[in-house]
Design a protein around this ligand. Sequence first.
Ligand code: FAD
Length: 538
Amino acid sequence: MIKTPVLVVGGGPVGLCVAGDLGWRGIDCMEIERGDGVVGQPKMDMPHIRTLEFCRRWGLVEQVERSGYNRKHPQDNIWITSLIGGYELGRESFPCPDDEPYPPQSPQRRERAPQNFFDPVIAKWTKSFPNVDLRYFTELVDFTERDDRVAATIRDVKTGKTEEVECQYLVGCDGAGSIVREKLGITMTGNAVLTYTTNVIFRSRELEKKQTIKSGYRYIFIGPEGTWATIVAIDGYDNFRFSLVGDAGRKQLTDEDLLAEIRRAIGGPCDVELISTMPWTRRELVADKYGSRRVFLVGDSAHQLSPTGAFGMNTGLQEAVDITWKLEGMIRGWGGPKLLDSYETERKPVAARNVKTAAENLARMLETRKRKPPPAIFEPGPAGDAARKAYGDWYTAQMWHEWYTIGIHTGYRYDSSPIVVGDGTEPPPWSPSEYVQTSHAGCRAPHAWLKDGRSTLDLFGKGFVLLRLGANPPDAAPLLEAAKSRGLPMNAIAIDEPAVTAVYEKKLVLVRPDGHVAWRGDALPADPLALVDRIRGA
Ligand SMILES: Cc1cc2nc3c(=O)[nH]c(=O)nc-3n(C[C@H](O)[C@H](O)[C@H](O)COP(=O)(O)OP(=O)(O)OC[C@H]3O[C@@H](n4cnc5c(N)ncnc54)[C@H](O)[C@@H]3O)c2cc1C
């Protein structure tokens, strides 16, 4: 019998971050992954700003930046008829990763780091914690949840040997086909099939030299039938990912079929070596529940969405960071009985919004199938040029929503959570494409540069932090005393720097371990203990 406080099932990017963040917090856990941890088919390739802020907290930004993508490779998104000799209909230009600007709201920028580069960085970090027992080739077979623990059966997939694990909490990061979700009997709501898509990783040493379209990151192919395929520069060198977008009808495709489709997209002679193929189903689903009392769903086990927007893993990592400090609170004894319930209350609405937005982005991309391209766009000459310009401009406007999503990635908030305490004012309106920093309760605590060169975000992560702001901030002792009496870790930091006080708006701002504001005010509440009890879910 193995005993561990937390059993994490699944070693994809989300499971690795759950186990790694628990390890970073000093909480023992065991993580099991059925496979060998090698990513043959990178799906995710853009960890976004908030994910990089987490990586900053964990000291991993440099490793992600250096993980392998060609940082000089252009990142434009381009709509074309073919790569060699085809027409360009429009493009949205973005700088190469090295030149990507930092948004004023963050010390970090989004990165291009596909999973075959990103996951090993997280895995190495997770394995570096002696309190994390990460086992590959090990799968969850079954579990039973009891009042005071979870009893799980795991199996070594090579030998077939089974072992029993007793844990206080089980976290299912086991992806779309989650056995954890199935065993909990949790259903999902939404659309189970948007498209049947096939991804192919291929190598071509000649493509970038031979293509007549100016280089970019993502090429979207428009044929007489509308949008039919995409190719992305998956490492910025000679590896590419082709996606045959597909539709709601399942097709059996051979390597020869796929090669023919890739050749159609390329449009001229060029070397192509198929490396791996992956048929997958594009879905629009959110789990109806995010877990039970002791078992939780995190990542793709809880939601599945179209990759149009790069929301999937990024949403999963936000969930990881939401649940780990709550598990820590329960295991260390300062978490109240309602603390873990707030995981679903906070995260499910965010997932539902992201899943819906991703499906809307897909619908806009596929609008071309209803509104078929005029035949003139495939014809040479001035009339063709004019048709291409008109159609390309329309398509560029259609796709805009997918590229500008800082509000989705950083502006998510928990203002209706039972464990945050609002001050009766409304936060600024939320928008998918814009992000206004605010210290309203439930929102991500703002970034501002400190005089010593750190970001305010560098102050958060372990325990609660009470920022005392301005020249004469109120005494925080009663709140710190109240926290201490409940065993809740809290420290106070005084900052009298105009850049910080302006963006933090109030004299006192209490920030949770995940970097979201729990409470704010210009004076301590009359009953500090009641506040502490509320934020710890008592
Ligand atoms: C083409 C494409 C592009 C994408 N691009 C992006 C992007 O740019 N940005 C983004 O944020 N997201 C993107 N996504 C989505 C992203 O890849 C997923 O959201 C992410 O991989 C989910 O991570 P996960 O760890 O939850 O699940 P998974 O990656 O599916 O990992 C689950 C793991 O659990 C293991 N497992 C399953 N069952 C068991 C068991 N019983 N016992 C032990 N282990 C088990 C599996 O072997 C697997 O390793 C993209 C997806 C696709 C398809």
